[in-house]
Design a protein around this ligand. Structure first.
Ligand code: DX5
Ligand code: ZN
Length: 239
């Protein structure tokens, strides 16, 4: 059984990945310091103003994060089209994981293989309107599937509950095909839905505004973790 991605969880029920898109843009590192001990991954949202109607960080931010935080798990979410155009540039920053959007490339198989050939874990992402069947052919190549809980481009949006059906499809597909990718929910995650998301089979929760938009980000992260930990036995991830 390939447990590649699942191995990243080290027996944890779930992983929390704050998105720095909602951090103080003039003090990102300080924002991360404020939640020390309350997170597992750092989620870096890269936006090109074309695939999504917003601009955010370039490879220099990923490079600076790695330089300052050599042991951090850096989870780069590339919302750029064509997605394969920036693999090498971001790989040079040595993140742990690079996720591309299936909708932003005609070469998902080549792109995921390229990421892995550079010694980085590959992830594939689907927008709320994209069915799981589009990415089934490349799921054996992925260590992570990023399910968008909102239409990509901005933090602070409302969660789209219909995407949970896709989580269930992914949990089933992973079990039937004996694969080991993690399932990450990204967008609209907070204390009100963290428990449901984990019990539906999400392995990684990305939260931006629910953490960095709070007066006390560490307490906010703690509350999300507590809710997620209190959830019932997950019907999906291998406990
Ligand atoms: C949206 C990004 C998400 C976003 C999450 O395009 O991919 O990572 O920053 O922000 P919240 O948690 O505020 O929805
Ligand atoms: Zn993201």
């Amino acid at each position: 059984m390939s447990s590649r991605g699942l191995g990243l969880k080290n027996e944890k029920r779930f992983l929390l990945a704050p998105s720095i898109l909602s951090a103080d843009p003039l003090a990102i590192d300080d924002s991360i310091d404020r939640i020390r001990g309350e997170f597992d991954w750092i989620h870096v949202d890269v936006m090109d103003g074309h695939f999504v109607p917003n601009l955010s960080f370039g490879p220099s931010v990923a490079r600076a994060l790695r330089a300052r935080r050599p042991d951090a798990f850096i989870d780069v979410h590339i919302m750029v089209e064509p997605a394969e155009g920036f693999i090498d540039m971001f790989a040079a920053a040595r993140p742990d994981l690079i996720t591309l959007h299936a909708e932003a490339t005609s070469h998902a198989n080549m792109a995921l293989s390229r990421i892995r050939s550079l010694g980085i874990r590959p992830g594939i992402s689907i927008n709320p309107g994209t069915p799981v069947c589009l990415i089934e052919p490349v799921l054996p190549l992925a260590d992570l599937v990023l399910v968008m809980g909102v239409n990509p481009g901005f933090g602070g949006q409302k969660f789209i509950p219909e995407v949970l059906l896709k989580v269930r499809d992914l949990v089933r597909f992973r079990a039937v095909h004996d694969l080991g990718f993690l399932i990450e929910m990204d967008g609209g995650v907070g204390v009100e839905n963290a428990g449901d998301l984990v019990s539906s089979g999400c392995d990684v929760l990305v939260a931006g505004s629910a953490i960095f938009g709070d007066d006390d980000p560490a307490e906010a992260a703690k509350r999300i973790r507590k809710k997620a930990e209190a959830c019932g036995p997950s019907n999906g991830s291998r406990a």
